[in-house]
Unconditional design. Structure first.
Length: 274
């Protein structure tokens, strides 16, 4: 979404994912002491993480990206990399460089016991949440006023401003929405894996970018499809070749898709967009 509007690869997006996970961990620790049940803890921790991460996304856009909006793309790209490194080391100093255990917040569903070797409760929740977020974002982009403003800004910012669209506001809202969804992913994935550290956002951010390119930049369903294809490729590659090269397969896919189909699986070429 961010790239579709301002043509900027937000390298700090993975760090927002990481900050959302750390926020949920802290909130979970506080609520667990109070004796609250896991479902309530999961909901409250997720809401706090989403709000906190969204505020980070909003602030980051205002401080690191907005001043460079009319500069060369390379300047904004360097700023994005700088924000990524800054947030990594900020969390490393504020928390710890070690891996921390993350509680299993997602309960075990009894009806999945017969098929738990195929799909677990945590995986089911992740799939359902992904589907809900994908549908919600698609509806937002296609049928709401702010969504139409996003699509207009992605086509031509100058004409959009002439038509009365507050492009700066649209970009800020896009960063807020993107950061909120990153926090949701950070909480669910961390609960599934069971541990976090300050570096988890880097690889997650890179792979999220690969999935977006694979599915088609600007297409929410495409990003979801790209993530499935990427996950399957890594799983089969690790199983049939070697788990040592699991991350390598992601970058091989990125290179191949950029060579043979730069617009992605569900993306549109520039000619089609015009």
């Amino acid at each position: 979404m961010v790239y579709g509007i301002i043509q900027l690869i937000n390298f700090a997006h993975g760090e927002i994912y990481m900050i959302g996970a750390f926020t949920a961990l802290i909130v979970t620790g506080v609520l667990t002491i109070s004796g609250m049940n896991f479902i309530a803890i999961l909901v409250i921790a997720s809401v706090v993480a989403v709000v906190y991460a969204a505020s980070y996304g909003f602030t980051m856009e205002k401080i690191a990206y907005k001043p460079l909006r009319n500069s060369q793309r390379l300047s904004a790209l360097i700023s994005a990399i700088g924000m990524s490194l800054f947030l990594q080391n900020y969390v490393r100093l504020a928390q710890t460089s070690d891996f921390l255990p993350f509680p299993k917040l997602i309960p075990t569903f009894g009806f999945l016991e017969p098929v738990k070797h195929i799909i677990t409760s945590a995986q089911l929740i992740i799939f359902v949440t992904t589907a809900v977020v994908m549908v919600a974002l698609t509806i937002l982009i296609k049928f709401t006023r702010i969504g139409k403003s996003m699509r207009a800004a992605s086509q031509d910012k100058v004409i959009s401003m002439l038509l009365g669209i507050n492009v700066n506001r649209v970009i800020s809202i896009t960063f807020v929405i993107g950061s909120a969804t990153a926090a949701i992913g950070g909480v669910l994935i961390s609960s599934y894996i069971g541990q976090i550290n300050f570096y988890i956002g880097f690889i997650a951010g890179i792979k999220a970018f690969v999935a977006a390119v694979l599915g088609g930049i600007g297409s929410v369903p495409g990003a979801v499809l790209g993530s499935f294809v990427l996950g399957w490729t890594e799983s089969f590659g690790a199983g049939y070749i070697s788990s040592d090269y699991e991350d390598v397969f992601a970058f091989i896919i990125l290179v191949l898709i950029l060579i043979f189909k730069p617009s992605g699986l569900l993306g549109k070429s520039e000619n089609e967009k015009v």
